[in-house]
Design a protein around this ligand. Structure first.
Ligand code: PLP
Length: 369
């Protein structure tokens, strides 16, 4: 049996939506589907403003500019993340300051964040790892206390909630990624979501060369870039978004099966919500493998045809950050947990037979080890 790490769920209407734009022979760049998708995302996540981009990274870059962060500013980020989160402050000359994670959600540890705050701190960028909401309410309190901005990186957690409030709506502004393995995808793509009109307006200018239309008169009022999403992808997004609640439901069912069948194993920690108010969406299904057995299990599963991957190696251990002088920093939980994590296959259409194969193969590894 061969089981991939992820498979995108698509149907005929995705093809029809894109086909319609192509066949129209016009507005492949600035079609009405773009604003329509933004409106639908606002409705879905219950937020005021949305701007779609050509990637999550472009959205992060734009937010750094829109917040006016600059040289001399410090921004607290996790090291247990995809590298884009930690690169973001660098885009505007600000300094990423790494904080550790906690074990319940694998998100930023609010206590360590508090310790990292200085007079130069301007913001915290929190991620919700693999679709699991982090302790965002605690981070929000800290941000308020120190009068700094809370930004959410929701790349991995579209549709996750705490008590019916979607992640991405706790901070001042957030980014989404629609890259291929995400809950909601357009292949590549991303967005900024916010309730702040000011951030929305600034970000909109940056996204499209600083262009502003006043009545029929176009003016360029500030230097900007082209970070726009093309119309075909917005059309694909509109048809994918209709399936997103179903996709989330399926992912949660699959994760439940894996949790129930793996959690008896004392050498594994499964990925479960810390309490009933948490509603994870399982963009990743990550287990923690104890007693230094992670790498051996990874090789064993790969040999048995089960794709699995390590999300994440600590960002501060990569060459790019070592070269910037982050060689000697120490984040005990991040370093320990990144040696334990293993992400297993999860996608809406993974069959019971495949799930059973994954759990029995893992059981056989521990039996024979
Ligand atoms: C936490 C996190 N932030 C940012 C990004 C960047 O998004 P994109 O790949 O769309 O640029 C990703 C994408 O994988 C991510 O996982």
């Amino acid at each position: 049996m061969k089981i991939p790490l992820f498979k995108i769920y698509w149907s005929k209407n995705d093809i029809q939506s894109v086909e319609k734009i192509i066949k129209s022979g016009k507005y492949w760049a600035t079609g009405e589907q773009i604003e329509k998708l933004e409106k639908e995302i606002c409705k879905f996540l219950k937020i005021k403003y949305c701007l779609v981009f050509n990637s999550g990274g472009s959205a992060l870059f734009t937010l750094m500019k829109a917040f006016n962060f600059k040289k001399g500013d410090e921004i607290i980020v996790p090291s247990f993340t995809f590298i884009a989160t930690a690169y973001a402050p660098l885009y505007v000359g600000a300094k990423p300051i790494f904080a550790d994670i906690e074990e319940k959600t694998l998100g930023l540890d609010p206590e360590d964040v508090r310790k990292k705050i200085t007079s130069k701190t301007k913001a915290i960028i929190a991620i919700h790892y693999g679709g699991m909401p982090c302790q965002i309410n605690k981070l929000k309190k800290i941000a308020k206390e120190y009068k700094i901005s809370l930004i959410e990186d929701v790349a991995e957690s579209f549709g996750a909630k705490i008590k019916n409030k979607y992640v991405g709506t706790f901070g001042k502004a957030s980014i989404l990624s629609f890259c291929q393995n995400k809950i909601f995808t357009t292949g590549e793509g991303g967005a900024i979501i916010t309730n702040s009109r000011e951030i929305y307006k600034k970000a909109k200018l940056i996204r499209s060369y600083g262009q502003k239309s006043i009545k029929s008169n176009v003016d360029y009022i500030t230097p900007g870039y082209n970070l726009r999403m093309p119309t075909m992808l917005a059309a694909l997004g509109l048809s994918q978004l209709k399936k997103t609640n179903w996709i989330i439901k399926k992912r949660r069912e699959k994760a439940k099966y894996l949790n129930e069948n793996l959690k008896k194993n004392k050498e594994i920690i499964v990925f479960e919500q810390p309490n009933q108010n948490y509603y994870p969406v399982y963009q990743l299904y990550t287990i923690r493998v104890l007693k230094n057995k992670r790498n051996k299990l990874l090789k064993y599963l790969q040999k048995k045809g089960i794709s699995c991957k390590i999300y994440f190696k600590p960002v501060h251990k990569y060459t790019a950050f070592k070269k910037l002088g982050y060689k000697h920093i120490h984040l005990p939980n991040t370093e320990k947990i990144s040696k334990q994590v293993l992400s297993l296959p999860i996608y809406p259409e993974i069959s019971l037979k495949e799930l059973k194969y994954i759990t029995t193969t893992i059981k056989s590894f521990f039996k024979n080890d």
